[in-house]
Design a protein around this ligand. Structure first.
Ligand code: GAR
Length: 201
């Protein structure tokens, strides 16, 4: 594929960026996309150094500078994104709630990974909630981002059996292994224009 025909992907993070790394590393060879930016809302996000080590441009838009003004924060996000000219946004552990103005602007072009089998357990503490409910399985989902938090069309899911003695941490670690398989698989399919859901394993 000609380099100028490839899609440009911006990855938004808040933390360690392990999903960002697996996404970035997947975008090589004949993959129809390349990373163009890693953007963090936290200046201390561990993923920033990982992105730099991979040679990906980085930017920080610190939400704390905007003192709760979500519109101003999102305007700054869009300014940073516009410079990088992404075709697709991948939220990868990006822990800010986005307004309908932002999600509407990026509609059809923005993906998120969430550590539960959506529509179960939107929001936080997903693994503990699955354990508290006595669920037999947990997992992760990649979905399109819409105005509804963790609510857009599901593009892929991976299931993870819950084992006796699991804690939120042990379960999260096993789910994360599946996240690292699922998100690149969905991105590759989505980038090729195919929204058929990916099911793992
Ligand atoms: C991942 O488990 C991701 O699913 C979760 O944050 C973690 C980020 O890890 N995202 C959410 O909870 C979003 N609601 P990472 O920074 O190592 O990719």
């Amino acid at each position: 594929m000609r380099a100028d025909a490839r899609k440009r992907v911006a990855i938004l993070i808040s933390g360690s960026g392990s999903n960002m790394v697996t996404l970035a590393k997947s975008m090589t060879g004949d993959h129809p996309a390349r990373p163009c930016l890693v953007l963090s809302n936290r200046p201390d996000a561990g993923g920033l150094d990982k992105a730099k080590a991979l040679g990906i441009p980085t930017a920080v838009v610190d939400h704390q500078d905007f003192k709760g003004d979500r519109e101003a924060f999102e305007n700054a996000l869009n300014t940073a994104l516009d410079e990088a000219r992404p075709d697709i946004l991948c939220l990868a552990g990006f822990m800010r709630i986005l307004t309908p103005v932002f999600t509407g602007h990026w509609a059809g072009r923005c993906l998120n990974i969430h550590p539960s089998l959506l529509p179960k357990y939107k929001g936080l503490h997903t693994h503990q909630r699955a354990l508290d409910a006595g669920d037999a399985e947990a997992g992760c989902s990649v979905h399109e981002v819409t105005a509804e938090l963790d609510g857009g069309p599901i593009l892929g899911q991976a299931r993870v059996p819950i084992q006796p003695g699991d804690t939120a941490d042990t379960l999260a670690a096993r789910v994360l292994v599946q996240e690292h398989l699922l998100y690149p698989a969905v991105l590759r399919r989505f980038t090729a224009g195919d929204r058929t859901p990916v099911t793992l394993p």
